[in-house]
Design a protein around this ligand. Sequence first.
Ligand code: ZN
Length: 218
Amino acid sequence: MSTFARSSWDFLLDLVFPRQCLGCGEYSTWLCQDCTTLLPLALRELQLPHSPQLDKLWFVADFHEPMVSKLVKTCKYQGVRDLGPILGRLINSEIQKSSLVGDFLTSVILPVPVHSRRMRERGFNQTIEIAKGLEIQLSGQLVYRVNNTLHQADLDLASRLKNIESAFVFHRVENIPKRVILLDDVVTTGATMNEIAKVLKNNGVEEVWGLAFAHSMD
Ligand SMILES: [Zn+2]
């Protein structure tokens, strides 16, 4: 979408769907300062048995917190693009408090690619929008998604692992980064990130971390 079309669209969106804090209803913001303070956020490490290719996996929020799932769902399913960078800034402020901040800042971020079909439906990739709120350098397009795989959330674990196999192909670049951080909005089994990590490592990336705004247990 052109800048003009996008700002016109934002203007129309504001008319029919006015910006209002998802927590308290305050106007002209998606998340006010008070509600931000109430969010239980912390950078935590996650161990997932099905993601052996990820050297570390981090998340900052629990998807089962009503406010957390509301933020993610409003961004993804109601197409509120502006929430992406807001989620990114929330992740960023937790990274800044971490003792590993130096390691994060010297890595490159690779937003998990979404299906082209999903991208068309939504008009944007929410992981790219989230990355805009981080202070970590974006990688070039290191992998792209080939199979128009089924939507992971609709499948059980065995089918998820099968569905995601060979869905990603490496895009050759001149300088292979040493450490790549895969960014997603929600991590569940880690199957998608694990598959991308495998492709990256087969192509010379030494270390792959995962980073998600929220962790969901289901
Ligand atoms: Zn509020």
